[in-house]
Design a protein. Structure first.
Length: 229
């Protein structure tokens, strides 16, 4: 009965790929197989000293860092982040997190990591949006890796302006001192994976990591869904 009803609904309201807008097959979720295959992956997790890691050199100590795919101006794949951040598609974040973690797992990227922290939103912005997109990406990663997710340990204390269209210097000034680590003793001596939705200059992630360094002996790795080109 449930299958019949789902088929009936799909006939009039087909589920469509978030990228190409073509109808999805029954086993596909948010993104069709063709668009998944064509996704502009960075494959940075296979390269030590990659472009993402270099964003943080001389700023904060990083164990390893990567982003899953390139976020290019004019690309249809920008629809993934747009739907996740502005169209209420929070479960898309979990789906992309699972996809990303499944591909990275065999490379050993998650080896030695103790827990996951998502980059937090300010309480006012999260209330307005209804959710934190980075936390939903982290949920997908946690589901695959079985690593504990701790979304309450890092808090955004400054309700900063959007980083979009800001200069590099303005981005760093905008987020400086924006985060606070709660209960640093929980992270003492831990290897923590910090998860964000998109990296541009790395300023937000760096500000998070600076707050996290208050935990003695902490080690930090970074994983983002996308990296802007």
């Amino acid at each position: 009965m449930v299958q019949w009803y789902s088929a009936f609904i799909s006939l009039f309201f087909p589920r469509c790929c978030i990228v190409c807008n073509e109808a999805l097959a029954e086993e596909e979720e948010y993104i069709c197989t063709r668009c998944n295959i064509k996704m502009p992956r960075t494959n940075y997790h296979r390269r030590e000293g990659n472009t993402v890691e270099r964003l943080f050199w001389g700023k904060i100590p990083i164990e390893r860092a990567t982003a899953f795919f390139f976020y290019r101006k004019g690309s249809d794949y920008r629809q993934i982040l747009h739907a996740l951040k502005y169209r209420g598609e929070k479960k898309l974040g979990e789906t992309m997190g699972r996809l990303m973690a499944s591909e990275l797992q065999s490379s050993g990227f998650f080896e030695g990591i103790d827990l996951i922290l998502p980059v937090p939103l300010h309480a006012k912005k999260q209330k307005l949006r209804g959710y934190n997109q980075s936390e939903w990406i982290a949920k997908g990663v946690a589901a695959v890796t079985k690593l504990p997710l701790e979304p309450q340990l890092l808090r955004r204390v400054k309700n900063t302006e959007t980083q979009t269209r800001k200069s590099v210097v303005a981005r760093w000034e905008n987020v400086d001192g924006s985060f606070e680590l709660l209960q640093p003793e929980i992270l003492r001596g831990k290897h923590v994976l910090l998860i964000d939705d998109v990296l541009t200059t790395g300023s937000t992630t760096t500000a998070c990591a600076e707050a996290m360094l208050k935990a003695e002996g902490i080690r930090i790795s970074v994983l983002a869904l996308a990296m802007a080109e």
